[in-house]
Ligand binder design. Structure first.
Ligand code: ADP
Ligand code: MG
Ligand code: MG
Length: 889
């Protein structure tokens, strides 16, 4: 068993490919060493030792100690020193490194190997101030990380010494001061722990190694792993490396650099450095670092010189190394370096994190530069992040005062006047002023206000609340569940802690972070660059899945087409009924006792629905459009509060008691599995007949006016029995026949169903005899399969995620073991009787990259998602196709 891998002097035992064993940091240090780059020598103790450590009661394999001794001796030879030797002291850093970077989660100890003797030795070889400063830093860091002594105790000592001497800065302390401070530090540790600070350098080393392995299981590392789905078994490696010093005067420095600007993707050496400082100082924020490149300093208007100006020779060397590393790793690098008295050392390199904007630009630029091919470029952009590019964002430099925080429910930022009701919002918007709709929670009756608003803020509700789902669908920024908000509609005020805001006051919400700010905060409008369409074009040429959109209005349909939608996968018809001019007729229809009365009300609705469809069909220009006939229970169209009931009763000439009874009779509560969907279509066949007529006539009209006929797909919701579908189908076919008689022809259409009940999935072979297509309504299928109501789930789903009961929100990513199984069964059984059965998905999952991959693997024909998710889905579909190509390889 090889437990230890060395690197240094232009060679290494390991390579970049060995991240699982050496950790990302150790593997890339080995790689840089193999490339002949200046890397201080060192060695990595493998992640297998970490696994051993945890399996064997925190002990090490017997062969580890001799292997470490040998590797340490080699490092000593290369670095011309020896751990613990006062005449030639070797100092090392002990660094952690998992397979994937877990920034700030684990520990590092610098300057290890110092004790009273070696510090004295170092002082003779270099200078005393440097030696004692390093010593007191080491005691502080080691005590904190390894011995668990509070960092602040040392800060107190340091502060009181500075005060006693009457100075403000650490740099004003001389060698004697620092020597005294180091002594006080050690005394303090002794007092705290009841044993002295270790003078034995080997004890120090093993203490630090144990602490790094121990930090793999620190509370914050465990939480981080859970949030990022990192398996516990991976473990961390420990890298021990000879120290180099950036704090040896004006020709020494330390810094971090990116080979491209991580915010914009611009190709330049981007980063910061500090003269006369050690690694930790750059991040600690005690001194403000200076930019590396001169152009950056000029753009920022900085006075202090850039590295390019202060250390031009080293800068040139660093630039050359960066170019080499980028070409070698074929990706943007994030690196750490230190300059010791004019000599450059590389301490770390890894693929750099970047914004969505930068990811896009870098991927496309690198393909053009010949560094990567198109397939690699497609894989370089996180589909979920694309969403951010399509919405306005907060100007990062703007001043802002946060007043509340909720869930980041729908991306984008928005600013506007507060409105507390949908009607208010609509009124303000009609006067061409920006408005934010603020509600305790929203309901379907608020749709018009949500549409009119720039953004939506709610005090209650989770990521899958009505507000969140509808806002995402509409592409409106939304912050939901901001629990600290108290909304008093009657008095037109809301309070958030000490802040009191009135109707009409301006607020800004950031749907990407969940933050709510007082007043107007500057926004940046998104700019879709040429890179965006280039990458999308590459994705389109690779994917098999078609991407459609869920759209109920011509506006949404147009937005989605702009983003590349290839059809409508779900056009819900109920939203069309909420319009204030129509709701009266809808209510007359619902409340009618006689069929004739109902028909009269429906006759009023027919031309309106027909017009809606005509507008949508025009926009879609011949693409497929799936229209779902009326789905929700009827109570959603009726007033709910006593006040509203009394107002509607007055308007409609009904008695209050009578109306309230009717409302109660129709009322359903979540998950609303009673009288709705096709069941409604069977009890009130006239409704579906009207809708079918509106659809068919609209298509005819569009065609007659010279438009391209759309591919009509009429979709029946909530079917559980084949016979339900047959019943409805018969009626629709009869309407089509009637239209043929009246107009001489009728457009062709398909009839299919939503698969949103477990029974429907299991009965797919039966249902597919009548259905020409299936669209998986995975929202309801999730509710009915796992028995969790979507609206009520928010709170405890979060709790389940925290407790690790589940790792994914089943309303975001298809639950593979339940819903996913049913989808597979239905697809397979459906196609066994109808080979060309068209299969799609229209739940919220249609815009989720992991679910899209599942749909690709299951052989669906298309996914359908909200307009703003269309680019996300196009890219995710391409990545899914690439993943299956790679699996076959
Ligand atoms: P992290 O993963 O938190 O970045 P690192 O192991 O990279 O931790 O180390 C923290 C800091 O110490 C970095 O700035 C790094 O450059 C510096 N550092 C680590 N090892 C050495 C060394 N051998 N010589 C000089 N500085 C070092
Ligand atoms: Mg680092
Ligand atoms: Mg449904």
């Amino acid at each position: 068993m090889k437990w230890v891998y060395s690197f240094g002097d232009g060679k290494a035992d390991g390579t970049a490919a060995m991240k699982n064993l050496l950790g990302g940091k150790g593997a890339n240090l080995a790689e840089m060493s193999n490339l002949g780059l200046p890397v201080p020598p060192g060695f990595s103790i493998t992640t297998e030792v970490c696994s051993y450590f945890y399996k064997h009661d925190q002990t090490y394999p017997a062969e580890l100690r001799p292997a470490v001794e040998a590797a340490l001796a080699e490092v000593g030879t290369m670095a011309q020193g020896r751990l613990g030797d006062a005449a030639r002291p070797l100092l090392v850093s002990v660094r952690s490194g998992a397979r994937v970077s877990m920034p700030g989660m684990m520990d590092t100890v610098l300057n290890l190997g110092l004790n009273a003797e070696t510090t004295e030795g170092l002082a003779k070889l270099t200078d005393a101030r440097f030696a004692y400063d390093s010593y007191r830093r080491f005691i502080q860091m080691y005590s904190d990380v390894v011995l668990g002594v509070e960092h602040s105790l040392f800060e107190e000592i340091l502060d009181s010494e500075k005060e006693a001497k009457g100075v403000d800065l650490d740099t004003e302390l001389n060698a004697d001061d620092l020597k005294k401070i180091a002594g006080l530090f050690k005394e303090r540790v002794h007092k705290e722990l009841g044993r002295p600070f270790p003078e034995d350098v080997h004890e120090q080393l093993w203490g630090a190694v144990g602490a790094v392995f121990g930090s793999w299981n620190s509370a914050r590392a465990v939480t981080y792993r859970r949030l990022h789905n990192i398996p516990e078994e991976w473990g961390t490696a420990v890298t021990v490396q000879a120290m180099v010093f950036g704090n040896r005067g004006e020709t020494s420095a330390t810094g971090v650099a990116f080979t491209r600007d991580p915010a914009t993707g611009e190709r330049m050496l981007y980063g910061e450095f500090l003269i006369n400082a050690q690694g930790e100082d750059v991040v600690a924020g005690l001194r403000t670092p200076q930019p590396i490149a001169k152009v950056v300093r000029e753009r920022q208007g900085g006075k202090r010189p850039a590295m390019e100006e202060a250390l031009p020779k080293t800068f040139a060397e660093l630039s050359a190394i960066c170019a080499r590393l980028e070409a070698h790793f074929r990706d943007m690098q994030d690196l750490e370096f230190t300059v010791q008295e004019g000599k450059l050392f590389m301490l770390q390199t890894r693929n750099g994190k970047r914004t969505a904007e930068a990811a896009l630009k870098i991927a496309v630029d690198m393909e053009r530069e010949g560094l990567i091919d198109k397939q690699t470029a497609i894989g370089r952009v996180d589909p979920s992040a694309l969403d951010q590019l399509l919405h306005p964002t907060l100007d990062p430099s703007a001043q802002k005062e946060q007043i509340a925080i909720g869930l980041a429910a729908s991306p984008g930022a928005a600013t506007g006047e507060i409105a507390f009701t949908a009607d208010e919002a609509e009124k303000v918007a009609a006067e061409r002023r920006d408005v934010i709709l603020v509600r305790t929670e929203t309901s379907p009756e608020d749709i018009h206000g949500m549409h009119a608003a720039r953004g939506i803020l709610t005090a209650r509700g989770g990521m899958t609340s009505h507000a969140a789902v509808v806002a995402r669908g509409m592409g409106r920024p939304c912050v939901s569940g901001a629990g600290m908000l108290k909304i008093d509609i009657a008095n037109g005020v809301m309070t958030a802690g000490k802040h009191v805001l009135k109707r009409g006051d301006i607020i800004t919400i950031d749907g990407a972070t969940g933050c709510v700010y007082k007043g107007r905060v500057g926004l940046r409008q998104p700019e879709l660059t040429g890179d965006f369409s280039t990458l999308m074009g590459w994705a389109d040429s690779i994917r098999h899945l078609k991407v459609r959109t869920n759209a109920d209005t011509p506006q949404d349909a147009a937005t989605a087409r702009k983003f590349g939608a290839e059809g409508i996968g779900l056009c819900r018809t109920e939203h069309m009924f909420f319009d204030e001019h129509r709701i009266v007729a809808v209510r007359q229809m619902i409340l009618a006792d006689e069929e004739s009365e109902r028909k009269a009300a429906l006759a009023k609705l027919l031309p309106m629905q027909r017009h809606d469809f005509e507008e949508i069909f025009k926009v879609m220009e011949g693409l497929p459009v799936t229209i779902r006939l009326l789905d929700p229970p009827l109570h959603e169209f009726l007033p709910q509060s006593e006040q509203q009931i009394s107002a509607v009763a007055r308007d409609m000439g009904w008695g209050f008691v009578e109306l309230r009874a009717k409302v109660n009779q129709l009322h359903e509560s979540n998950p609303m599995l009673g009288h709705r969907g096709v069941r409604l279509g069977i009890t009130y066949p006239e409704i579906y007949e009207m809708q079918a007529r509106a659809i068919l006539e609209a298509a005819l009209n569009v065609e007659a006016a010279g438009g391209v006929p759309v591919q009509l797909e009429i979709m029946i919701p909530l079917v559980a029995w084949k016979q339900e579908l047959d019943r409805v189908k018969e009626r629709i076919d009869a309407i089509a026949a009637a239209i043929t008689t009246e107009r001489g022809k009728v457009p062709s259409y398909m009839i299919g169903t939503m698969i949103e009940l477990p029974r429907a999935a299991l009965q797919a072979a039966q249902i597919a005899k009548s259905a020409e297509f299936f669209s998986f309504g995975t929202n309801d299928l999730t509710q009915t399969t796992i028995g969790i109501s979507r609206d009520d789930a928010g709170m405890f789903l979060t709790d389940y995620l925290n407790k690790g009961v589940i790792t994914r929100d089943p309303f975001v990513t298809i639950d593979a073991a339940g819903v996913g199984e049913l989808v597979k069964i239905a697809a397979q059984r459906g196609r066994s009787v109808r080979a060309n059965l068209k299969l799609g998905i229209c739940g919220e999952h249609g815009g989720d990259p992991d679910s899209i991959r599942f749909c690709h693997e299951t052989g669906l024909d298309y996914v359908s998602c909200s307009p703003f998710r269309v680019p996300v889905a196009r890219l995710a579909a391409a990545q899914a196709a690439l993943a299956s190509i790679n699996e076959v390889d």
